[in-house]
Design a protein around this ligand. Structure first.
Ligand SMILES: Nc1ncnc2c1ncn2[C@@H]1O[C@H](COP(=O)(O)OP(=O)(O)OP(=O)(O)O)[C@@H](O)[C@H]1O
Length: 322
């Protein structure tokens, strides 16, 4: 459905994208993962025809984006990172405006807009001014705008940035539903975000391709190096010694303390039997374990695992926030 070949975008001498190639199959939900400045928005802006590129090609459902820009744009609904909403407009009027802009002729306008409103669950705010909506609802209005015209492909640039946890879950559910019918590319800088909704993940960093896999395989690749957070109460030194006495535990660090409770972070590659022994060791030393949890791997962990870092060190790191 989407074929990106050797895509390169230069700003002056600087490469925002450097020879990126990938495919997206019809009906697939593809995650585009990378830190700030990786080139996610640049790629999406090129696919949607908003900006040009320096080299390579973009083909959407058989159409080259440069040769058939109108055909391509008809097939794509785009939700940029900051949706371009007119805050003074009422939701319904805004969607009518988008309908006119997209020059959609075949549908019954009112029923189509209502259908889109139902899809993203904004019926309760359709007569309200966009300025008075929460960020979560504004994001859904932006998504509704992208869905006007029933495009086959949806391109969503960091759709959950700035939303609260409840809004994140709601918008994720909407995207999951849409993913059943449409081809979706979704960008994010959070692995769990992508894992929750995507069939496949492409990781880019500083404009370069890093890896491509299913969320499960990516997580398995990181699996032998999971980070754990452990909260204990009691003797800090003793607890540290117990943790360090196990082969499967490394890089033990006390990250915070409050009264007599301490939070330790460590890399955990323990087998199940070893884990049991560790719990008994804490019990024998009368050190209660107050809490334990696995820490989501950061993008930094993923890059360290998936890439040879030497090439990264040669490059300017100012833009990245990892
Ligand atoms: N108009 C521009 N002029 C010069 N450099 C640009 C321009 N737009 C983007 N860049 C640079 O291109 C690189 C990729 O930017 P891009 O916005 O695509 O990254 P991103 O992965 O979307 O990051 P973010 O999550 O911060 O949006 C960055 O180094 C950025 O500074």
């Amino acid at each position: 459905m989407i074929t990106i070949s050797n895509l390169t975008k230069k700003y002056g001498d600087k490469y925002a994208l450097d020879n990126i190639s990938f495919n997206v199959k019809k009906g697939e939900v593809l995650g585009f993962l990378g830190p700030n400045g990786a080139g996610k928005s640049t790629t999406m802006n090129i696919i949607t025809g908003y900006i040009s590129y320096t080299d390579g090609s973009v083909n959407i459902d058989g159409y080259d984006i440069l040769e058939n820009p109108i055909e391509v744009k008809k097939k794509i609904g785009y939700l940029p990172e900051i949706p371009p909403l007119y805050l003074d407009m009422v939701v319904w009027d805004y969607l009518e405006f988008v309908y006119e802009l997209k020059k959609i002729k075949t549908e019954d306008e009112k029923s189509h807009i209502q259908q889109v409103i139902d899809m993203v669950k904004i019926d309760n705010v359709k007569n309200r001014k966009i300025a008075n909506l929460s960020k979560g609802y504004r994001q859904r209005v932006g998504l509704a705008g992208a869905l006007i015209g029933d495009p086959e492909i949806l391109i969503l640039d960091e759709p959950t940035v700035g939303l609260d946890p409840k809004q994140i879950i709601e918008i994720r559910n909407v995207i999951k539903e849409l993913g059943k019918e449409k081809t979706v590319i979704l960008s994010s800088h959070i692995l769990s975000e992508i894992s929750a909704v995507c069939d496949r993940v492409i990781i880019i960093n500083k404009g370069k391709f890093v890896a491509e896999d299913t969320p499960k395989n990516l997580s398995d690749k990181l699996g032998d190096n999971k980070k754990m957070l452990f909260r204990i109460s009691g003797d800090r030194k003793k607890a540290e010694n117990i943790l360090n006495s196990f082969d499967g535990i490394s890089n033990v660090t006390c990250v915070s303390s409050e009264n007599d409770s301490y939070d330790f972070e460590f890399d955990n590659a323990m087998a199940a039997e070893e884990k049991k022994k560790m719990f008994f060791a804490f019990a024998e030393n009368e050190i209660p374990i107050l809490m334990q949890k696995e820490i989501e791997p950061s993008l930094e962990d993923i890059f360290l695992k998936l890439t040879d870092n030497t090439s990264e060190k040669e490059e300017n790191t100012n833009e990245s926030d990892i």
